[in-house]
Design a protein around this ligand. Structure first.
Ligand code: PMP
Length: 457
């Protein structure tokens, strides 16, 4: 079958796009969105025939198993002709199989709730927390704490729980009951150079609980590694301390794995690096490597039982539905995506190649003082750019954009975090496919090398 766009010329397609499409995050007066037409493995082609090594997994950390996977397309096709949809109030074999396999990878978790995007998965989690507050605590324990620099999605309530002023400042008023606590970025320590940064950052979290009143706080939502806010890895001991504080005050721990989930960080889930056991885990991007839209809100049996163990006439089940949470293309793609990750040992590859890539980036850092910090885990790495490695003054935000542009000229697509710190757009982001080879890693590093050397010339 011909692709539907083959009946048009390149110029016609570009004109249609210009006339009709409002692109995400684009300043249309001055920016032109690239038109991407094909992908295979780690490579993607634009409409002009330019080929790129995509070290951004589709721009925003999605295509974990790479482009052009025929077996996923075939699994989705077979499912769609068999049964494309039935509302999530009914069971389907494919959703049952995927949920069951997913839970095998998440010891301690009990049930999977399906929806379509990271934001939606987080909204479900917030509704679960609010309903528990209503059921168990007369509505009192309704507050949800979120961390400065973390992002949890695009809806007004997800923005209400996002610690990035630059994403929020034009969209208030916000949903009440969401409270911010301080970030945990050691490179930007708010406590000065200290040995026990993780402990102090966790104490800052506890201080906010005490200020708000522990009997009013129902949950905390946290990214295991902050993504768009600057690729911020938690300091030593931090997440364990956060978990202990949650247990002390009977607060649910919700981990947002929308970016980190499905092998990206060299473990199946980011939280698994840090020895914690969340009550709620949300995930989206890598769940089906963006071959279909699917997201999951996964809860423990303890959380689920609060909704299940009541008589039907009390109508205290989870009063939520997501129309397209019943689409079967998502779980069909996700099941095959999971099989590929297991069969090709992609989690191990992400861990192993992540170490290799990080070592090469540290090599660049020793040659270019503009690279202030190299951080991240597995194939989720960030480079924070600074004017001066001693003062750590961030570079002007146009610099990161220039590096991204120079790398693209060199045939490599890299990303840039939204704003890595306060007002600075100064962190580059590398998130290649989990299939990354040594040769591809070297090409990414060569592109960065040539970009930095062009910049300082
Ligand atoms: N959580 C995190 C950590 C994210 O990075 C994102 C998206 N970048 C979301 C939630 C929202 O996901 P979506 O865009 O699919 O709604």
């Amino acid at each position: 079958m011909q692709s539907q766009s083959q009946q048009y010329t390149k110029d016609e397609l570009l004109a249609m796009d210009k006339d009709a499409v409002w692109h995400h995050m684009t300043q249309h007066g001055t920016q032109t969105a690239p038109m991407m037409v094909r992908g295979q493995g780690s490579d993607v082609w634009d409409v002009h025939g330019n080929q790129y090594l995509d070290a951004s997994s589709g721009g925003v950390w999605c295509v974990n198993v790479g482009y052009g996977r025929e077996s996923i397309a075939e699994a989705v096709k077979a499912q769609l002709v068999s049964l494309n949809y039935f509302a999530g109030t009914a069971a389907t074999p494919v959703a049952a199989q995927f949920a069951s396999k997913l839970l095998d990878l998440m010891p301690g978790m009990g049930k999977v709730y399906f929806s379509n995007s990271g934001s939606e998965a987080n909204e479900k989690a917030y509704k679960i927390v609010r309903q528990i507050a209503a059921k168990k605590y007369g509505g009192k324990k309704h507050k949800i704490l979120y961390r400065e620099r973390d992002y949890h999605g695009t809806t007004i309530t997800c923005l209400s729980s996002t610690g990035q002023e630059e994403r929020r400042n034009q969209y208030g008023p916000f949903t009440p009951g969401f409270i911010e606590f301080p970030h945990c970025c050691e490179y930007r320590s708010q406590f000065g150079p200290v040995d026990n940064y993780g402990e102090l950052a966790a104490k800052a979290f506890e201080d906010v609980i005490l200020r708000e009143g522990p009997d009013t706080v129902g949950a905390v939502v946290i990214e295991p590694i902050t993504a768009g806010g600057g690729v911020i890895t938690p300091p030593e001991g931090y997440l364990l301390a956060v978990q202990a504080i949650c247990q002390k005050y009977d607060i649910l721990l919700h981990v947002d794995e929308v970016v980190c989930g499905m092998g990206r960080t060299g473990a199946w889930f980011g939280y698994q690096h840090y020895g914690i056991q969340p009550d709620i885990v949300t995930m989206a991007k890598g769940v089906a490597s963006a071959y279909a839209a699917i997201s999951c809100t996964v809860v423990t049996d303890e959380v689920f039982d609060l909704f299940a163990d009541e008589p039907l006439e009390k109508e205290s089940f989870f009063r939520d539905i997501s129309t397209f949470g019943g689409c079967t293309a998502g779980p069909a793609a996700a099941l095959e995506n999971l099989r590929i990750i297991e069969q090709e040992n992609l989690v191990e590859n992400a861990a192993h190649m992540g170490e290799y890539l990080r070592a090469q980036l540290q090599g660049l850092q020793s040659r270019y003082p503009i690279i202030g910090d190299v951080r991240g885990k597995g194939l989720f790495l960030g480079l924070e750019l600074v004017e001066d490695p001693v003062t750590r003054q961030p570079v002007d935000e146009t610099i990161a954009m220039q590096v991204v542009g120079l790398c693209a000229q060199h045939g490599v697509l890299i990303g840039r975090t939204n704003r890595s710190f306060r007002d600075y757009n100064n962190t580059l982001c590398l998130s290649p496919m989990l299939t990354l080879t040594k040769d591809e890693a070297d090409r990414i590093v060569e592109a960065l090398d040539s970009a930095f050397s062009a910049l300082i010339r």
